[in-house]
Design a protein around this ligand. Structure first.
Ligand SMILES: [Zn+2]
Length: 592
């Protein structure tokens, strides 16, 4: 059976799905029209205000700018913090600052025309409000807590508008402008994409394809992303029209399609896949047709979702040992330095052969090649010269990490969230050390990034990494600092407090010991925990094997009731991250 689902058909389905999922919490089961709520609104959430509340806090300057700031303490929670409106040339821009919301739904409604944006898992601290904007298209912005979980922002607009909505680091940005006629766009060499234009998925199983009508334009690029698996098609000169942004296909290979404006111009079409498929892209009749197939090699998965870019190869013996790491392969680079080849006895791993097209920031492609002489080669074609750490873990799996060493003027801070994957670290009931470590590490990462510090997360998900591997990656990076984050456990539940571990180095200059001292003082001062001091640990791999100043923070004891309650609290973990951030900043100054 041949299935063809196009945007034109799917848009109504998406609309209904959206509405039903958003309004599932509506006890009456009626579908509100978005601008106002059903008669029994009191049972379902706050109705949107129709009149300007007395305390809108609108600025005196009517220069097309409305601004609302939410009062209250930052708690890492998900709240509507701010809505900004400004006009700039063709565009009227609405910035919704709402860090941490999980999802969003857009509904367009007519009579009167409005764009309803529902943000899931978001609080509106002041309940509701109105911003008058005076835009040519955006007349006013209303916002309210719609249900317990959903914050609703409504843009009241004039007819003849068009819009696109882009997810940003801290929220959403809506661009509203005059609806351009497709002919006009084409005249300007821009490809209009939208519900009325041609993006479609079709076929079943091995015949599944995505077709994008590009009118012969070949300036697109296709890039692979992992965790979850997807391909991103970037079209620099496209105009994304309003309407559907995402729909499920539910195929064997293609799970969904999504398209979004990439900034003001340009489009990104994301094809979500059910596995790490190869793809083939062809331009035919002016259309870009992408088809998918299984890689012909086996036991290899590529990961490029975090800082650590790596191939995980099941049951492959490519190195031996830990402290003295012995390669069981030979490696060579071509003249350009971009192509790196690892060759080893075929009996060391059962891989078959084949190619994976990647086209991300690091790699163009990857190939497994059987040389026919009892050896197998892995061929990495990089964007430019990469370094590669080959490491066979205790588990028998090999990880090949793609590393871009720091330039001379670059300082990289490695953040090591302790444990991960099957290595859970300490555990107390449903509380896992690996999760606490990662949570604090992520908070630290975002704090440091906001200060312009370049960070490298050893893991940003729940994956395994061996300890030697962690140290070797940091060394290969040429990192300036190494900070490992852990939490403690003891046999006696009365033991509590904070300690920082370091290697008893005799080096001159700024050492891990000084770094640890800074961390210990700042953590105890901020967290008000028991001071268990800096401890010298000659035995810890990540401290001993790293070349740069390294320290390991043991934030608190999971086995102590008071410490544990603290650790369960997001604001405590945030405070810990802030203390660690301050420590890194101070250390970076001292390294100079
Ligand atoms: Zn630990």
């Amino acid at each position: 059976m041949k299935r063809v689902i196009s945007f034109i058909l799917i848009i109504s389905v998406v609309f209904l799905t959206t509405v039903s999922s958003v309004y599932a919490e509506n006890r009456t089961g009626t579908v509100p029209d978005g601008g106002s709520l059903p008669a029994d609104a009191s049972s379902t959430g706050a109705a949107l205000p129709d009149e300007l509340p007395a305390d809108t806090g609108l600025p005196g300057n009517p220069s097309h700018s409305g601004k609302r700031n939410a009062a209250g303490e930052p708690d890492g929670g998900r709240r509507l913090e701010n809505i900004d409106f400004f006009t700039d040339g063709l565009y009227e821009t609405v910035n919704i600052s709402a860090p941490g919301f999980t999802d969003y739904y857009i509904t367009e409604l007519a009579d009167p025309a409005r764009i309803v944006i529902d943000l899931v898992d978001l609080d509106v601290p002041e309940g509701q409000g109105i911003i008058r904007t005076d835009g040519a298209y955006v007349k006013r912005i209303r916002y309210a807590q719609f249900t317990e979980r959903i914050a609703r922002v409504v843009l009241d607009v004039n007819e003849g508008y068009d819009f696109s909505i882009v997810r940003t680091d801290t929220g959403l940005t809506a661009y509203v402008r005059e609806h351009p006629a497709p002919e006009e766009l084409r005249k300007d060499g821009v490809i209009p994409l939208g519900p009325e234009y041609g993006i479609s998925a079709s076929g079943h199983g091995m015949d599944e394809t995505v077709t994008i009508a590009l009118g012969g334009y070949d300036g697109y690029s296709i890039s692979r992303r992992t965790d979850p698996e997807r391909l991103v098609v970037t079209i620099p000169e496209a105009y994304v029209s309003s309407g559907a942004k995402r729909f499920d296909y539910g195929g064997e290979r293609i799970s969904s399609l999504e398209y979004a404006a990439a900034g003001r111009s340009g489009a990104e079409i994301t094809i979500s896949l059910n596995a790490q498929f190869r793809y083939r892209a062809e331009l035919s009749d002016g259309k870009l047709v992408i088809s998918f197939s299984w890689p012909t090699y086996k036991n290899i998965i590529y990961h490029n979702s975090g800082d650590r870019i790596y191939f995980l190869i099941k049951n492959a013996a490519l190195t031996k040992g830990t402290k003295d790491l012995k390669p069981l392969y030979t490696a060579s680079a071509d003249e350009s330095g971009r192509v790196w080849t690892v060759t080893f006895p075929s009996q060391n791993a059962d891989l078959g052969e084949g190619v994976l097209d990647i086209n991300d920031e690091y790699l163009e492609s990857f190939e497994v090649k059987n040389n026919g002489d009892g050896t197998t080669s892995l061929i990495f074609t990089g964007r430019r010269g990469n370094s590669y750490l080959v490491y066979t873990r205790d588990s028998g799996d090999t990880a090949i990490t793609v590393v871009r060493p720091a330039r001379k003027d670059q300082r990289i801070v490695v953040i090591d969230a302790g444990h991960g994957g099957t290595a859970t670290g300490a555990r107390y009931g449903d509380l896992y050390e690996k999760d606490l470590n990662l949570d604090i590490a992520r908070r630290l990462e975002s704090l440091l990034k906001s200060k312009g510090v370049q960070t490298y997360m050893i893991r940003s998900d729940d994956s395994n990494v061996d300890n030697y591997e962690r140290a070797y990656i940091a060394n290969m990076l040429g990192a300036s600092l190494y900070l490992s984050i852990h939490n403690n456990a003891a046999g006696k539940s009365s033991v509590k407090g904070t300690m920082t571990l370091c290697y008893p180095s005799t080096k001159s200059g700024f050492t891990g010991r000084q770094f640890a001292q800074i961390i210990q003082e700042r953590m105890v001062a901020a967290l008000k925990t028991t001071d268990l001091k800096v401890r010298l640990r000659p035995d810890l791999i990540v401290l001993r094997e790293t070349y740069m100043p390294a320290a390991l923070a043991e934030v608190a004891f999971m086995t102590n009731r008071q410490d544990r309650e603290n650790l369960r609290n997001g604001s405590f973990r945030q405070t810990a991250a802030e203390a660690l951030c301050g420590s890194v900043m101070e250390a970076l100054e001292k390294i100079a």
